[in-house]
Design a binder for this molecule. Structure first.
Ligand code: NAD
Ligand code: UD1
Length: 307
């Protein structure tokens, strides 16, 4: 049994991670500002400190005495990082440095491992599909630039301060508890919510943007495995399936799985939107011995059933 801090634990991915940690018998505490996360995503037994991950005092207090930290707190919306550049930078990069800094002295004055969320957004407009971890990073958004900054500071945490880190470049994650009501949420939750309610969906641009959708329950297994076996050298891994899906096709599959008609409208293309994003999962599978196996249809069925 270990004791872990999960930053952003009231959010979509965090709540699934915590479900898994509790099932394995671990003790969990959370630091979250509840900006997009919800207290009711977690059982009452999990202590939640409401605070800003970029506030060093709050992070130090939350980190005290833990065996490791899962760092998921961030403003996850690429679009929001365009509207609120400096504000999202504060949460997304300064918050990550605050976490690495506090991890230096978390347990008995010594360092503890940090497993953190990076993003496929670091690849930006790199056209070399599928993207391996060695592909050039060319972020298109403030969000992607800050996630790349997290990876660079993870190298400092490891090399200079002795804090073992593992970064995961999540591709497009979906599943139950991804907020269907927020305009800043992921495309699957927005489309699923609207299709289920019989409302129209808006496709940004021509809808031929390509994404690699990962089911959340597949993803959280890597986070716990990385915490159990920290490695030197601040490694980063793609978390992806390698399967491409266009936004148009996604809408059609969702409507078919929901058994509802599709009312599709066209909106303007989103500035800073990545055109094609497909990951190569080879390094992930080699390191952890498991692939993301849930099919898009299966994952969509679970997501719709939760709504
Ligand atoms: P989410 O919005 O559901 O979760 C983020 C959580 O962080 C929320 O609970 C929010 O309240 C909290 N938070 C935000 N700013 C904070 C701050 N300043 N201080 C404390 N807490 C704060 O989003 P998610 O999809 O669960 O994302 C989790 C992590 O995974 C994020 O780091 C995100 O960038 C990353 N990620 C997500 C995806 C995806 O497709 N969902 C893909 C790549 C990376
Ligand atoms: C998503 C994640 C981001 C993550 C990245 C990794 C969210 C909110 N964003 O960004 O955290 O780092 O994947 O790849 O989870 N779209 C529409 N109509 C809509 C909403 C979206 O057409 O109503 C389109 C977008 O323009 C985009 C695609 O769907 O082309 C995916 O958008 P979105 O779900 O916001 O994800 P990303 O921007 O890829």
């Amino acid at each position: 049994m270990a004791r872990y801090l999960v930053t952003g634990g009231c959010g979509f991915i965090g709540s699934h991670l915590i479900e898994r940690l509790l099932a394995a018998g671990h003790e969990v505490r959370v630091l979250d500002d509840l900006s997009t996360g919800k207290r009711e995503n977690l059982p009452d037994s999990v202590p939640v400190t409401v605070g800003d991950v970029a506030d060093p005092a709050a992070v130090d207090a939350a980190m005290s005495g833990v065996d490791g930290c899962f760092h998921l707190a961030a403003v996850a919306s690429v679009d929001r990082s365009r509207e609120a550049w400096l504000e999202t930078h504060h949460a997304n990069l300064s918050g990550t440095i605050a976490v690495f800094d506090a991890a230096r002295r978390a347990r008995g004055g010594g360092p503890v491992p940090v497993v953190y969320a990076s993003s496929a957004a670091v690849y930006g407009d790199n056209p070399n599909m599928p993207l391996t971890e060695d592909a050039a990073t060319r972020p298109l958004s403030a969000y992607g630039a800050d996630k790349l900054g997290c990876e660079l500071h993870a190298r400092v945490a490891d090399g200079v301060h002795g804090v073992p880190t593992t970064g995961f470049r999540f591709f497009n994650v979906f599943g139950p508890r991804q907020d269907p009501k927020s305009p800043y949420s992921g495309v699957i939750s927005i489309f699923a919510g609207r299709i289920a309610r019989g409302e129209p969906i808006t496709v940004n641009g021509d809808g031929e943007q390509v994404r690699d959708f990962v089911y959340v329950k597949d993803l959280v297994r890597y986070l716990t495995a990385a915490m159990e076996r920290p490695q030197p050298g601040a490694p980063v891994y793609n978390v992806c399936t390698g399967t491409p899906t266009t936004v148009n096709r996604l809408a059609e599959v969702l409507a078919a799985v929901a058994g509802k008609p599709l009312d599709r409208r066209t909106g303007p293309a989103r500035p800073g939107d990545i055109r094609v994003s497909i990951g190569d999962p080879s390094r992930l599978v080699a390191a952890f011995g498991m692939a993301c196996e849930t099919s898009l249809e299966e994952g969509l069925r679970d997501t719709l059933a939760w709504l």
